[in-house]
Design a protein around this ligand. Sequence first.
Ligand code: MLT
Length: 410
Amino acid sequence: MVQLNDNYLKLKAGYLFPEIARRVKVFCDAHPEAAKRVIRCGIGDVTEPLPSAVVSAMHKAVDDMASRESFRGYGPEQGHEFLRHAIAQNDYRDHGMEVADDEIFISDGSKCDCGNILDILGHKNVLGITDPVYPVYVDTNVMAGHTGEANEAGAYEGIHYLACDASNGFVPEVPKEKLDVVYLCFPNNPTGATATRAQLAAWVAYARAHGTLILFDAAYEAYISDPEVPHSIYEIPGARECAIEFRSFSKNGGFTGTRCAFTVVPKTLLAATATGECKPLHPLWNRRMSTKFNGVSYIVQRGAEALYTPEGKQQVRGLIEHYMGNAAILRAAVQQAGLPVFGGVNAPYIWVGTPDGLTSWEMFDRMLTQANVVITPGSGFGSKGEGYFRISAFNSRANAEEVARRIAAL
Ligand code: MLT
């Protein structure tokens, strides 16, 4: 009989967000009246429509597809040159970072890229993953067979967990031991924490000293308002020799349903072969993309390009201001309720300590049944998330204000 991938059987429960959706559905089916009041602040999914600059560019791109002269078939698997150039210029070179157009690889999402990157890495790397963490980093490594079984607390054998809590401001310290691959995400999902330049510089120095690869997830960089907080790992000298960066148009341009993101793989980034030879990773990622991917649709890439026009940039700023306005309202509400609150300042997530010694899932139930508000239980992001919950600021203003009222009334 055909054999399955046993690694999948090691995975704990379902993926966090479908599991939340399942529990919300059970509640709504059982309580149809309360279901009408339910406000979702769980998954970080945008609510506001696409910027008009994007919509116009996509309409025009549809017209391009309608005539023989401007029609496009297969695009380059790495992404169209017009978008790779706009990204490298606007997000990096304009800010003094050295990134070439062909170091940008366009994809349909950072979640996909964070998982797919494992295709070009070996199976024996020692992994460093923060706790709490965006679950994709852990689960994709489990699926790839890079871990042993999980223990009762949900920690997988073979992963070196980097504890993040209030004592270190939810930014992991550089460890004493040698790790081969480290996942860092700033601004952080789920805690909303940001890393200072000095903290990132310490990680880059560590990575260069140990031959470590940093996988830097910057999906929320657009939410940074503090001028001191770095937007990219490449702001740190030496990062081109040790880091891959993931970015997305989901949370800045509202592309969660439209799908477009990118990964930066510097040509200066080397890794070792099984026999200890040093080789660049860039050609491997290029080969992986050419073989397993046919590129993001031309129409969507034209839409993403429009985010870099003056009009597009202004509209993105409007979206960020909208969601961060929600974050301020929600943050103030939990603060006034006397709960310990983190994040929500340079990030669209508010990370809150549960009251009355409740577990994260107990708090999820309380919020759902008593306030009809969906939040994300902190323990879904790892054992160190126990005793916390996450509120997403992605919502309409009216919903954010209503959630604030319900928190006050709890
Ligand atoms: C989240 O809520 O953590 C995010 O929406 C997940 C994602 O971006 O995939």
